[in-house]
Design a protein around this ligand. Structure first.
Ligand code: NDP
Ligand code: 2IT
Length: 444
């Protein structure tokens, strides 16, 4: 049996009941076969076995008291996956669906994503099955303080630097940072996505969505095309979706649909983003309200239908496995030309296959959404240097990073004989740097 197949088989056997982790590992390992064939020393060094095993997994109890005085208990996780090229770096997700499999898939992806940014950051991810929906600010604070009361001993500005993800935005990072600072008595860059008054970076809020559009713009440009006049469908209406919409609109695209976990809105005239921002960022309400506020728009219960809306460009920006094989087929039938993943692993393996066979330009998450973590690394650089860069400066660096990622994955795909296959290109380009560092470190 070939090396990658053996490692994958063992991984499934040793980590049963972790379907998301299996899915991410399958996608990654199957594309690395040509690399490990070229480098037999990797197998001799057990490199892949080490690559798929987290360096450390921390799981802990998070007790807190709700507004009715009842004790609640959640599960907390931090997976410190790989520190070969830098301190562990990756977001925290607060969502009721969170479990070890989901945090491990996100952590594995994060290793290669962070490598692609070209910056010195290793891979990690964490979170909790805590559901922030409907909670008061005091309940959010109580939960975040309890979460950090355990997490603080495992993280540090040069050890592990968490950030936001689903359910974790500026408010949560503020509470988490406040508690870390209180316990450790250190005002350091231990979290990114901090507020601008306490060490945060300009553009971090916009970075993932803007970066997604920058890399897609480069892919369009290399084909003599642009966002101008394109019809775009964006799933989700959170941090990534909102700023992807903002940048796509500024480049002349028409975004016609978005959703939250209850259903989607369709606005043939182009989505009014100020209305979405007010509903989602200010009032933390449901997207359904958009249809009452904007004449001519419609709301449909359920998420999946969004992929039946014809578009030139689809930007899935909500969650894993939101595009299955049937949705991919519908998108292709309706003429989609570009799919760029803002969310992590939003397309199933079968959906990716449909896009690639149909010749759709498919930009996988670890390349397409790397702008968020790249700007986190820029925040870390500013913290270390005790500096504060202008919006224009950070935005220009972000754009440059995304353009470089596009060409790196394009070149890696070509070098290995898979031109235009950006899943291959991203996995290979991301892996080679990590593998080289791991080899240099010996068996650790
Ligand atoms: P937010 O919490 O800000 O927004 C998440 C959005 O996705 C909301 O609209 C939410 O709807 C929707 N959503 C979440 N879970 C589901 C679900 N199970 N079914 C349907 N809709 C769902 O998160 P972000 O925008 O930060 O993250 C979105 C995606 O982007 C995630 O996959 C994340 O891992 C990825 N990502 C985020 C980065 C960042 O910097 N924030 C960086 C790189 C990737 P509702 O409000 O109803 O729950
Ligand atoms: O998936 C991701 O890359 C993120 N949620 C951002 C991580 C970070 O450390 O900024």
């Amino acid at each position: 049996m070939k090396y990658v197949e053996r490692v994958l088989k063992n991984l499934k056997k040793q980590n049963p009941n972790e379907p998301e982790f299996h899915q991410a590992a399958t996608e990654i390992l199957t594309t690395l076969a040509p690399v490990v064939e070229k480098h037999p020393e990797y197998e001799a060094a057990g490199l892949l076995e080490r690559f798929v095993e987290p360096e450390r997994v921390v799981m802990f109890r998070v007790p807190w008291v709700d507004d009715k005085g009842r004790v609640q208990v959640n599960k907390g996780y931090r997976v410190q996956f790989n520190s070969a090229i830098g301190p562990y770096k990756g977001g925290l997700r607060f969502h009721p669906s969170v479990n070890l499999s989901i945090i491990k898939f996100l952590g594995l992806e994060q290793i290669l994503k962070n490598s692609l940014t070209g910056l010195p950051i290793g891979g990690g991810k964490g979170g909790s099955n805590f559901d922030p929906k409907g909670k008061s600010d005091r309940e959010i604070m109580a939960f975040c303080q309890s979460f950090m009361t355990e997490l603080f001993r495992h993280i540090g500005a040069d050890t592990d630097v968490p950030a936001g993800d689903i359910g974790v935005g500026g408010r949560e990072i503020g509470f988490l940072f406040g508690q870390y600072k209180r316990i450790r008595d250190e005002h350091v860059g231990v979290l990114t996505g901090r507020g601008l008054t306490y060490g945060g970076s300009l553009v971090r809020t916009e970075a993932t969505g803007y970066g997604l559009v920058y890399i897609t713009e480069e892919a369009l440009k290399m084909r003599g095309d642009s966002f101008k006049g394109k019809t775009v469908v964006i799933s989700g209406s959170g941090n990534v979706a909102i700023y992807a919409c903002e940048k796509a609109q500024s480049l002349g695209a028409k975004v016609v649909a978005m959703y939250d976990s209850n259903g989607y809105i369709y606005d043939a005239n182009g989505i009014k983003l100020d209305v979405i921002k007010d509903i989602k960022e200010v009032r933390r309400a449901r997207i359904k309200e958009y249809a009452n506020l904007v004449p001519g728009s419609t709301y449909t219960e359920g998420c999946k239908g969004i992929w039946t809306i014809p578009c030139d460009i689809a930007l899935p920006c909500a969650t894993q496995n939101e595009i299955d094989e049937a949705s991919a087929q519908t998108l292709v039938k309706n003429g989609v030309k570009y799919v760029a993943e803002g969310a992590n692993m939003p397309s199933t393996l079968e959906a990716i296959d449909v896009f690639q066979k149909a010749g759709v330009v498919f930009l996988p998450a670890k390349a397409a959404n790397a702008g968020g973590v790249a700007t986190s690394a820029l925040e870390m650089a500013q913290s270390s240097g005790r500096m504060f860069w202008s919006f224009e400066e950070v935005d220009a660096k972000l754009k440059n990073i995304m353009v470089n990622i596009y060409h790196n994955i394009d070149n890696a795909a070509k070098e290995y004989g898979y031109e235009g296959n950006y899943v291959m290109g991203a996995n290979i380009a991301g892996f080679v740097k990590v593998a080289t560092a791991m080899m240099a470190h010996g068996i650790v």
